[in-house]
Structures are given as C-alpha cells and as structure tokens.
Design a protein around this ligand. Structure first.
Ligand code: HPA
Length: 244
C-alpha cells in the first residue's frame, strides 16, 4: 500500500517528514499543484502533495484536481489521506477540532470533476454511497484513539466553490441540508480518487465557526490561530496513522 497525504491550507509541508526525494510530473490533464514530495514519516514511506502549491498560491476553484490525483496514481499511490481546513457548522465542530467526515454534499460548480468526460468507450457511473473509504477511515479513527488524539468520527462535509467565505444564509441552508463542516476543496478530489480506484479519506481541521454560527466576522487572524493548533494535532494524527 502506498500512502499519500494531500495537505491543504495550513499544511503546505509536514515538518516531521524526512524528505528523500521530489518529482515534478506532467499529466494528460496538465500540471499538478506542486512537485510530489517523497519522504518517511516515522519510518513509513509516503508521498506528500501541497494542494494549493508550495508556496500556497492556488485558490480552491483553480486547483487542477484531475492532474493532482492522476499524478498520485502514476506514482503507485493506492490510498490518500486528504487534510483540509474547514468551517464548523455542527455543534461538535468547534474551532481546532479534527473531524473524519463520513458523507459529503457537493455545492461546487464549474470544476473539471471527472475523468469520464469524453472519448468514452462506455458511460461510467461510480458508486459513491460511501464517498470516503470506510477501511481507511477506520484506520485513522483507530490510530487517533490509540494515540489519545481527540477526533469527531463522523460528519457531513459540504464543499462550496469559494474563494469567498459563505453568507450566514448559505450556511443556514447547508445546516438544513445536514452539513456539519464546510470547505472548498473536498470535491471533486474525493470523486476523482474513487474514479481511479484509490482509497480516500478526509481529515478536516476546523479553522473557524462558519458564517453566522456565532456573531461577528470571520477574520484571517482567527483562522490562522486555530489552524496552527489544529494542524499540529493533525500532524500528530498522521504520524499515528503512519505508525499503525
Ligand atoms: N468556509 C469554507 N471553507 C473554509 C472555511 C469556511 O468557513 N474555513 C476554512 N475553510
């Protein structure tokens, strides 16, 4: 099993990763966000990709998700843990919480979202009943428990288009739909991994209460502070998964 970690906002690199190499790739869909970084986390070999580029410069709607996932498969990756900064909608999803969602709703639009777009021999509809790999989720949850890292082990992730944050009315609608978390990068990434048969799970780090959940504006300072704390926990969690 070759494991990859896709790092989002606040995780452009993993400080504890012992880097052994780097590879830039071109794909039929264009260039991935950054060079793929090969390394060892606590002795376990893995591949790391910075979703927004390194340095962080590609906004969520401009990320070449197809190239990113295609490149990982070309490198032999069979499982992906995708780390993402999110806003918290549900009660349990307070700033700095780490959640392992089990469902998603896609509100994004206009993104290249499938490998089955043209030149098809047959129309293909992937099953997406479990959008995140139950087996990989279970491993992450078990590793968190063993390492004593608090996580919320369920939740519906809603993917918005960005790059702006949402209005309180939009968040209210998402809450009515059942969303617990809101982010901008969870789709089409998860579906593309499924199309290529790569096991995929999401580790969400709550950066802020979503718009209107508590009074006042959402500031970048607040997001950065919570992400700093949450991402340190996320790195501990990734290390625990690597050890398992
Ligand atoms: N909304 C969408 N994406 C986000 C948020 C948010 O409030 N915080 C961090 N990523």
């Amino acid at each position: 099993m070759t494991l990859a970690i896709i790092g989002g906002t606040g995780l452009t690199q993993i400080p504890d990763l012992l880097i052994t190499g780097e590879q830039s790739l071109d794909t039929p869909f264009g260039a991935p966000s950054a060079a793929y970084v090969f390394g060892e986390l606590d002795g376990r070999k893995l591949v790391f990709l910075a979703r927004h580029g390194n340095p962080h410069r590609i906004p969520p709607h401009k990320i070449n998700y197809r190239a990113n996932i295609w490149g990982l498969q070309a490198l032999g990756v069979t499982e992906i843990i995708a780390v993402a900064a999110v806003g918290g909608i549900g009660r349990e999803m307070a700033p700095a919480v780490i959640a392992i969602p089990d469902q998603l709703i896609d509100y994004s639009y206009g993104r290249e979202h499938t490998y089955f777009a043209d030149d098809l021999e047959q129309v293909t509809h992937i099953d997406f009943s479990e959008p995140y790999s139950p087996a990989l989720r279970a491993r992450i949850v078990a590793a968190a428990e063993q390492a004593g890292i608090a996580t919320v082990n369920h939740g519906i992730y809603g993917c918005t288009q960005g790059p702006r944050l949402e209005t309180p009315a939009e968040i209210k609608r998402m809450a009515n739909d059942g969303c617990d978390l809101v982010g901008m990068t969870g789709m089409p990434e998860a579906a593309l991994a499924r199309e290529l048969g790569i096991a995929y799970a999401n580790v969400s780090v709550v950066a802020n209460w979503a718009a209107g959940v508590v009074a006042g504006e959402i500031t970048m300072a607040e997001i950065e502070k919570n992400l700093h704390q949450g991402m340190n926990q996320a790195i501990m969690l990734l290390t625990a998964v690597a050890q398992a």
